[in-house]
Design a protein around this ligand. Sequence first.
Ligand code: TYD
Length: 135
Amino acid sequence: MSLITLIDLPVLGDERGSLVALEGNKNIPFEIKRVYYIYGTQKGVARGFHAHKELKQVAICLSGSCRFVMDDGVKKNEFILNSPSQGLLIDVMQWHEMYDFSEDCILLVLASDFYDEADYIRNYDSFMKLSKRHN
Ligand code: TYD
């Protein structure tokens, strides 16, 4: 599977501007149980540094831009997210790091489940060991 899976979100634009609709199990490939957003990120800050065992997420940069590092334990890719009509799929067992947030960055994240700390893998060595079994 490709590390950078982008979802093109159709823009319902007209002379008034743009509108994007997000629908679970339609243009978002899971039932959406949780939505959170990250904004006001300070200069030089990096976030993430974890993978999930079961959780799937889609990240959409509603304003500004930020950079993603995606790592499946075999390959590592970088990607700049900078369009409100583009969703980045963060699948299970994908170590991800986010950095270079622009001052105006609003990063919306749709998640397939409620917040559960037990689903996080926050240690990179543990992630690598688990991903060897997974890949
Ligand atoms: P954290 O995991 O550090 O975010 P990131 O990995 O994006 O840098 O989350 C910051 C805090 O917010 C941490 O105490 C956990 C809490 N949190 C929730 O309570 N609910 C949520 O849905 C998320 C994503 C985080």
